[in-house]
Design a protein around this ligand. Sequence first.
Ligand SMILES: [Zn+2]
Length: 342
Amino acid sequence: MPKSSFVDFKAVKAAITMEQVLEHYGLLDKFKRGSDSLSGPCPIHKGSNPTQFRVSISKNIWNCFSECKRGGNVLDFIARMDDVSIHAAALKAIEWFHLDPEAMSADSEQETENPGQTPKTGEAPRLKQAARPAPAQENGAPNKPLQFRLDKLERSHPYLAERGLTLETVIDFGVGYCGKGMMADRIAIPIQNLEGKVVAYAGRFPGEAPEGTPKYKLPQGFRKSLELFNIDRASKESGPLVIVEGFFGCMKLHQHGCRKVVALMGSTMSAAQEELIRRHTDSNSQVIVILDEDEAGRAGREDIAVRLAKFVFVKVHTFDEEEQQPENMSAEEVKQLLGGAL
Ligand SMILES: [Zn+2]
């Protein structure tokens, strides 16, 4: 650590994005993506109007047009969310996003050695450069493989059959009803990294989740934005890469013979996920994006198509009916989609 423990707020602000911060709070899924914006209900005053809170992606600022009637930068947001000072917010950000504490400290020694230079012009460019992480590591350290496995999962739970999964698929993906522990009374779905190591279990409530109970439970600290569900196996298959939103859509397509399929675990594609896809495709590759036919899905697929089209051939699949999703596709429809590639 440098001599001074003062935090360089400017460097911290430059190193993290509002998107990362929303993701950290598990809020990103509730936000709708525009070309340069993210909008959703205000998490500060806990409003419900989906347009009251807006983030400008390029400016990296937020605004609540409702009750809060104010806005600010990433640090102001953390400070308001956690009810702490800006200084404490910056320290939290450094820890959460694994920023280099040295690069985030105001270097008092250099300031006194260069009295003729204002710290602003002397320090900022260097710190900014050091602070800005490479795109691939935007969200910090990777998810660590779990040191345990959930065993005795009930493979024949009726909910799995209700979703149309065969026992073969259930066993293939290692999912099952969990009777105890962290994922008790939920369907545990193992999420594996590129090397096939389990990095988390997602817990799906088996049925309509009651008010106040989340549909999905993910372990604290796990960053789903760093993973693509089923990438370990999909990367070994040939043919077009199919991208869907959810676990069940992915498992269902797989069951129908579409083996090169991954799930974003949401309706948006993170920078890390984009990087994963880029690493497993080339300019001759074809990617088929099939998100749910709803507002979030439409916004998501538009954004994904624009971003992926820079390096692969992208096809966007749309459904005729609102609320349709890949999970409901028949084997025949999947076959048609892949153009007889099966
Ligand atoms: Zn508000």
